[in-house]
Ligand binder design. Structure first.
Ligand code: ZN
Ligand code: ZN
Length: 260
């Protein structure tokens, strides 16, 4: 074999290993869905934990859709999560919800009496539940949701159907100690939120400017992509997001954030 080909082979192998190392240093994914979300998966929580363990995650969060989503989790399901095991198959477990933002006043589809017993709450807008409004209206709805002390993460506010004022969103996130996520499923070629790259880059660049962390999520409905945040990670690297501003490298940082 020619020396140039040998060198090429070595470089290729090293790059693949580096790519694997980067993904394998992702410690957690806390935006995932099971059969309780009512669509897209028949996976149980244990199925998800098994997939997370296979992907090398240390911590997995289950965040099923709230009751306003057709077929979504009922209040009794979310209440019962307080009794669910905190460790499955060696993976530390957190139990949350992806609550629906119902209106521009930031009302959610689960009462705070339920939400405050969960490990965390993601608040998101979804088309079957809340119609898209103007930039002002969408921004107002997100900011109002962030003011609910139970809400710690805003889900996929990259959706092109719900344009927002990102400067105002990030300011409110910092003021209310809320994280914005970079949603890998939005960025996937199969994503159904339109071309979200520009919006995600806005979030990344503004967070970088303010030195404020982001959280990467798979938003996996089922086991196949549980813990797979590769599209979100790729864009974060393109935006030259410093590693210390990507929360997913440390479960300790996550738990510290959630305990505040
Ligand atoms: Zn969602
Ligand atoms: Zn989701």
């Amino acid at each position: 074999m020619q020396p140039i080909y040998i060198l090429g082979y070595i470089l290729h192998t090293l790059l693949i290993k580096k790519g694997r190392r980067i993904m394998s240093s992702i410690r957690f994914d806390i935006h995932t869905h099971t059969i309780a979300s009512g669509h897209g998966s028949a996976a149980t929580i244990t199925d998800m934990a098994k997939a997370a363990a296979a992907r090398g995650l240390r911590l997995l969060g289950i965040s099923d859709h709230g009751p306003a989503t057709p077929g979504g989790g009922k209040p009794s399901y979310f209440r019962s999560l307080a009794h669910a095991p905190k460790n499955r198959l060696g993976v530390e477990m957190l139990y949350g919800a992806e609550a629906n933002i119902l209106n521009n006043e930031g009302m959610l589809d689960l009462e705070n009496a339920i939400l405050e017993h969960l490990d965390y709450v993601i608040a998101s807008v979804h088309k079957p539940v809340k119609k898209p409004g103007s930039i002002d209206e969408n921004t107002t709805a997100y900011i109002a949701a962030m003011k609910n002390p139970c809400v710690r993460i805003i889900g996929h506010c990259d959706d092109v159907k719900y344009p927002v004022d990102y400067a105002a969103i990030i300011q409110a996130a910092m003021d209310n100690d809320v994280l914005l996520e970079i949603n890998s499923s939005s960025l996937s070629p199969d994503g159904y939120r339109g071309d979200t790259r520009f919006n995600d880059l806005m979030i990344l660049n503004l967070c970088k400017h303010y030195h404020y962390p982001v959280i990467l999520s798979s938003d996996s409905h089922g086991t196949e992509h549980a813990g797979d945040v590769s599209y979100a990670l790729e864009l974060s690297k393109k935006a030259e997001m410093p590693e210390e501003l990507i929360l997913n490298y440390s479960t300790k940082e996550l738990k510290c954030f959630l305990s505040r």
